[in-house]
Design a protein around this ligand. Structure first.
Ligand SMILES: [Zn+2]
Length: 324
């Protein structure tokens, strides 16, 4: 009856499918968890399942499914940042509110998705709260956020919370194979993607992106080596600190390397960056577990500072110092 093309998150899928079957849909859901693990896909499949006219939902072929995919279905609304660095502003939420309180075009559900909800301004949240306080009947809103911390408590308490985790590597591999990727490549991609199905798909679609990411891993591995020159480090840092996303991704890569250094000591089979296992073992040996844990702790801490407008270059320089 259901046909959700999503890798991993079996429990979440079942839970949402059941709520569609029983027509027990909450007024608001909060999907949160690491970026690129499939929250947006899940939200869309869920929305399509509410509107799809066929038995195997979503069929992806009926007009409703297609219109939702293209964000033009009259009872489906997507709210997202207008530009990469912007916020989601009160005007956008007001527009959503108006649409929600209007009668449905097709006298059924109305659904809204708010992407990257951590970027709602305070006034936008206040306006949004009014929808949740008096939700019109047969409406459902899915709030999507990587982190729950920036979401106001008054909002969280009114949502059905659904936490997403990283997707197991095997499930990503299978998913890629089903999409026609050859098994060996699928496995390599799944390994490098480190549980992020969205990233795995991006890699599967672009060899160039995959190679670039792999190169970044190698670059950060270099930071742990004794012979890397300060100038070389500074050049890398200057380049990645230009953009927040780049800096954030760099901290993720460093964290995944550090976790692997710990694993090569205890459980080498679980190493994520397997493509560079030999090097990992060499470098891992040089540091004590305690030191690695401390680096990891700082890495996570520095990454969290990115959200509070601390100088990115300074954070990365501090991290580089830790990695010696
Ligand atoms: Zn359909």
């Amino acid at each position: 009856m259901f046909n959700w093309n999503i890798a991993g998150h079996e429990n979440i899928k079942k839970f949402l499918e059941n709520s569609v079957i029983r027509e027990k849909i909450a007024n608001a859901y909060l999907f949160y968890g690491p970026e690129k693990v499939g929250k947006k896909d899940m939200a869309r499949q869920f929305a399509k399942s509410l509107f799809c006219v066929n038995k195997d939902r979503p069929c992806e072929e009926c007009l409703n499914c297609k219109q939702i995919e293209a964000n033009i279905y009259p009872d489906f609304f997507r709210v997202a940042r207008m530009e990469e660095k912007g916020n989601i502003v009160i005007e956008q939420v007001r527009e959503l509110r108006e649409k929600f309180y209007r009668t449905s075009f097709l006298s059924g559900y109305k659904a809204g998705i708010i992407e990257e909800a951590e970027f709602l301004t305070d006034s936008a949240w206040n306006s949004f709260l009014k929808i949740l306080e008096e939700p019109p009947s047969m409406t459902v809103i899915i709030i999507i956020a990587n982190k729950i911390a920036p979401i106001p408590a008054t909002i969280i308490s009114r949502c059905q919370r659904i936490k997403f985790s990283l997707v197991p590597e095997d499930e990503i591999t299978e998913h890629l194979c089903e999409r026609g990727i050859e098994r060996l490549s699928a496995r390599r991609i799944a390994r490098i993607a480190g549980g992020k199905i969205g990233l795995a798909r991006e890699f599967a679609n672009s060899r160039e992106l995959f190679d670039k990411y792999n190169e970044k891993i190698l670059t950060f591995l270099r930071f742990f080596e004794k012979d890397m020159l300060l100038k070389e480090k500074n050049d890398v840092i200057a380049a990645i600190s230009k953009e927040r996303e780049q800096a954030s991704e760099s901290f993720d890569i460093i964290a995944s390397l550090l976790r692997d250094f710990l694993l090569v000591k205890t459980n080498p089979d679980l190493v994520v960056n397997l493509a560079h296992k030999e090097k990992m073992i060499d470098i891992g040996k040089r540091f004590e577990s305690r030191k690695i844990s401390q680096m990891l702790e700082n890495c996570v801490k520095f990454k969290s500072y990115l959200d509070s407008n601390v100088n990115r270059k300074l954070l990365l320089e501090n991290m580089a110092l830790e990695m010696e």
